[in-house]
Design a protein around this ligand. Structure first.
Ligand code: AMP
Length: 408
């Protein structure tokens, strides 16, 4: 028989249980915080029409969209982020949604990027957005929620870099030049000068750099910081950075980038996009939002050794061993009783396996307790409980067992 190739496509990854568990707890924590700020869940398809996606992000980004024809000959593509689908949803369901509409959405995105550390072709984002408010109060709500979420994830040193696209506009920095300016931290001032010179005259480049060096914090950011403070967020975490521009073209106002790990790890970004929804709705609907990069958050958690509350529900607490076909039903009943009592229980899925093999498996799996129901126990309607750490065993009734394991 020919062997099928066991390999993920380039830039795509599998998440084995330990990693998947961490990702799940990050997502659960984010959902909880998002809901506490009044964001409702939204789900949209992985695929959108090509015309929905193109022309919203900017020339460079458009090249990274996965486009293809479906079986019916329709031009479609995989979504590139969650913001453009949101804009489409608000336009499409205008009569059902109440404005200002605040929603969260968590799911995978696809970008045909060159894979590298922290950059994948499939990655997850967790977004919060408020559509239908031009007020900086909306931006402040988004940022207060972001700060709370990042704290709940276990990061103690988060910084939210903040700038305003309007400031860049007023300095004569067009979105195309802004995308170069944004790379200052990555490539340095010298390289920025070189790249800017390819798009603008020498005198203009000099002037842009001089203006950026002397830029003062705009009123918009002062106001957002003030609102964030009243919302219980630490205003010192908001750091004005005139070089911040963000890569996507749809931003029109305040823009944000979330850093952790002493400012080295960028785990999310966002900003105000007042013109995007209008492209679908036919009338202008201002909006603002923030996007956590789940993959980056998980990497940063591992790198900084930060821990999420309640993260360690590693393996099941109890393994119920089986003792041959005849006694298996007794084991299954005990498993069912323990599950109903709220325990995480695994039944060893092979009636013929030797007990020794089952215990070895429990040990590898990190299970705390093994419940054994052999012929003696079955006859007396009792079970043997083995403490996997100490190796001690005792024989108990079912109600004693539940008590011992911490149930009622
Ligand atoms: P963006 O939608 O480009 O503003 O990105 C928002 C966040 O998504 C970034 O801060 C990253 O955390 C994450 N992100 C963007 N692109 C990728 C990628 N290719 N791989 C992993 N994470 C990404």
């Amino acid at each position: 028989m020919a062997k099928a190739r066991a390999q993920t496509p380039k830039g795509f990854r599998d998440f084995l249980p330990e990693e998947a568990r961490l990702r799940e707890s990050v997502i659960a924590t984010l959902k909880e915080v998002f809901a506490s700020y009044g964001f409702s869940p939204l789900e949209t398809p992985a695929i959108e029409y090509k015309e929905t996606l193109l022309g919203k992000y900017g020339e460079e980004a458009d090249k990274l969209i996965y486009l293809f024809m479906d079986r019916g000959g329709r031009d479609v593509g995989l979504r590139y982020d969650l913001t453009v689908p949101l804009a489409r949803v608000v336009a499409q369901h205008q009569n059902e949604l109440h404005l200002p509409f605040r929603r969260y959405q968590i799911g995978p995105q696809w970008r045909a990027e060159k894979p590298q550390a922290g950059r994948y072709r499939e990655f997850w984002q967790a977004d919060i957005d408020i559509v239908g408010s031009a007020s900086l109060l909306a931006d402040a709500e988004v940022l207060a929620c972001t700060l709370e979420a990042v704290a709940r994830l276990g990061f103690t040193d988060s910084k939210l870099l903040i700038n305003d696209r309007k400031l860049l506009d007023s300095l004569g920095i067009t979105p195309k030049l802004a995308i170069i300016v944004d790379k200052k931290e990555k490539i340095g001032l010298k390289q920025i000068e070189i790249e800017l010179s390819q798009k603008a005259g020498k005198a203009e480049v000099k002037q842009i750099l001089r203006k950026l060096k002397g830029a003062e914090e705009p009123e918009s950011i002062k106001n957002i910081r003030n609102y964030v403070r009243h919302l219980g967020g630490d205003p010192k975490r908001l750091v004005f950075n005139p070089w911040l521009a963000r890569g996507l073209e749809y931003y029109t106002g305040p823009i944000f980038e979330l850093k952790v790990g002493g400012g080295n790890l960028s785990v999310g970004g966002g900003g105000r996009y007042d013109k995007l929804v209008g492209k679908f709705a036919g009338r202008e609907l201002p909006a603002t939002g923030f996007s956590f990069g789940i993959d980056r958050v998980v990497e940063a958690l591992k790198e900084t050794g930060s821990l999420i509350e309640g993260e360690k529900v590693a393996s099941p607490e109890v393994l119920v061993a089986v003792f041959g076909e005849k006694l298996a039903p007794a084991s299954l009943k005990v498993a069912s009783t323990l599950r109903s009592a709220g325990f995480s229980v695994e039944v060893y899925p092979d009636e013929k396996a030797k007990l020794d093999k089952q215990l070895k498996y429990a040990d590898k799996r990190g299970v705390s307790w093994v419940v054994i129901i052999g012929p003696e126990e079955a006859k007396k309607k009792r079970v043997t409980l083995r403490d996997m750490e100490s190796g001690e065993q005792e024989t108990l009734s079912l109600s004693e067992l539940k008590k011992k394991l911490g149930g009622n």
